[in-house]
Design a protein around this ligand. Sequence first.
Ligand code: ZN
Length: 203
Amino acid sequence: MTPTDTAFVTDLAARLIAEGADDGDIATVQSQLGRYPRGMVAVGARCVCGNPLAVVTRPMLPGGIPFPTSCYLTGPEVVKAVSHVEAEGHMPEYTDLVEHDADAKAAYERAHEMYLGFRHALATALGDDESHIEGISAGGMPVRVKCLHALVAQSLVMGPGVNLVGDMVLERIRHEFDPAVCRCGRTADDGAATDENREGKTR
Ligand SMILES: [Zn+2]
């Protein structure tokens, strides 16, 4: 990782820890996930309306449970939109890209290192032990594409230009989800059901 990248993830971690999570954010994320967000450090990305889209979680949960997925997607609309991309069978395209395109491969490796650097900064600042998850990032990085939700979460938390696959998925789902366009409450479930109904009728 370059010194610039290290500084970027270290500053980001420090800023999020300083920001923290208030009771309102925790309650919103709990309702998004359907469970209490244990070890939540802060909201890492928000919809333009302020609703959480992704959370940052500490490397070790209370009770000593190692937690590698430092950037976790929570917004129901974005979760659903990303699930559509996975269900449509686009994973092999992304895997093929990071396996065979030299530039994409290097960029994906960098995203992995920045993920680890970010978590290391969290661990250092919070006094969390990372030994159980050393070298493990998320989403299949650095050589495979296994979970687009994890990659999109990194893109939303760290911004564009860090995770190329997450960035590409965000571009692909822009008609359905865009952090700059609030569609909160208009759940993609409704849209999917409508599309299915429509298909059912025309068949
Ligand atoms: Zn919103």
